[in-house]
Design a protein. Structure first.
Length: 371
């Protein structure tokens, strides 16, 4: 209880407590508004005037928030005297703002001040925009994942039905269809593996790695494992810079980062071209080290660059599926680097090639001096 008994204007301790309470309310991140039974604003914290531009003491909150659902909730709160004595609460969700629209949850609580005859209302506002965006992202992800799985599954079911029916005794058709079915099954397996990998990475995002690894221990095993695939397309690897440099990171997850990037460079690069991997200090921030994967490829149009790390986003959907892409590789890279406190920079020049630049932190107190 803030004040034992009534507030005493002659008691200096009460003024100190009141000042402390006002300081706390003023720093609340969520808007808080106090109005009378007509909606006139008696007090509000600074957050309220930030969210509701034009909010001021003496103004009318109902005029400012001129929405039918808000008006109705307010009238329900102040119209029932009995429930007002019990602290009746009404809750309503609204959309607010122009281009930067927010989703707000308003809670209106009726109370009676012994010094005032009419009831008063306390408005508390919680910004639900981030939660709504997260919910939408999850919904979109489930829908996209279902679509990606449904396509090969439908293909498998179609071939199974054909083999059980019209092509039951056709050996040539069976061999052809079984090959296609095996490829579709592998596609589903790759997609499920990537989905599970992404889920695991997201679960670990709050746990920053603390181990120190040398870049050559991470990158060279990746290029060795992909050397045969690269040679099949006539693609060579070239290395520049110091690969003995140490960075902070999870060796397995960083291996996955470079495996995804190098594999993409092989898939989308020109035949008989070179993939260059560069290790160098990042000039804009001495606490970070840059490891760039540069391919020689048709390049990527600028309009696609900002969306490449979105889940299931593909520049060329048909070609990506044809070469076995799941649309999750760069999303996995992004989430791994987020956990590591790193970044991914993407640049591309059409008809020349693309560069995927991984920035990773140096071990604490071991960063090189700024160039």
């Amino acid at each position: 209880m803030l004040f034992p008994g009534a507030f005493d204007p002659l008691n200096p301790d009460h003024f100190v407590k009141l000042r402390d309470l006002q300081a706390v309310l003023a720093h609340l991140p969520d808007p808080l508004i106090h109005t009378d039974a007509t909606g006139e604003v008696l007090w509000h914290n600074p957050s309220a005037s930030t969210v509701f531009v034009g909010m001021k003491i003496g103004g009318n909150a109902l005029t400012l928030l001129d929405l039918p659902e808000v008006q109705a909730a307010f009238q329900r709160v102040v119209s029932d005297e009995a429930q007002c004595e019990e602290g009746l609460q009404q809750e309503v969700n609204i959309k607010w703002g122009g281009l930067k629209r927010r989703y707000l949850n308003l809670r209106l609580v009726c109370f009676r001040d012994k010094r005032a005859e009419a009831p008063q209302v306390l408005w508390s506002v919680h910004d639900m925009t981030a939660q709504r965006q997260l919910d939408k992202t999850r919904t979109d992800f489930v829908a996209a994942a279902s679509h990606e799985l449904r396509t090969p599954l439908a293909s498998l079911m179609g071939f199974v039905e054909t083999l059980q029916g019209p092509a039951k005794d056709d050996e040539d058709a069976r061999e052809q269809f079984l090959g296609i079915m095996a490829e579709q099954a592998r596609r589903m397996s790759r997609l499920i593996d990537d989905l599970l990998s992404l889920s695991k990475i997201e679960m670990e995002e709050g746990e920053s790695p603390s181990t120190v690894v040398q870049l050559q221990e991470v990158v060279f095993p990746v290029t060795d494992s992909l050397a045969l695939t690269a040679r099949e397309r006539g693609i060579r690897f070239a290395f520049e810079g110091d690969w003995s440099t140490e960075v902070v990171g999870d060796k397995d997850q960083l291996g996955q980062v470079f495996s995804n990037l190098v594999e993409n460079a092989i898939k989308y690069g020109h035949p008989d071209s070179t993939i260059t991997l560069k290790s160098r200090p990042y000039p804009d921030d001495p606490s970070l080290h840059s490891i760039a994967v540069c391919d020689q490829s048709p390049g990527i149009a600028p309009k696609h660059l900002s969306r490449l790390t979105e889940r299931f986003y593909r520049v060329d959907k048909a070609r990506s599926r044809q070469i076995g892409g799941t649309g999750l590789g760069l999303a996995i890279v992004k989430h791994i680097l987020y956990r590591h406190g790193g970044r991914l920079l993407i640049s591309s020049e059409q008809d020349v090639g693309s560069t995927f630049d991984v920035l990773l932190p140096h071990p604490l107190n071991e960063a090189p001096a700024a160039l």
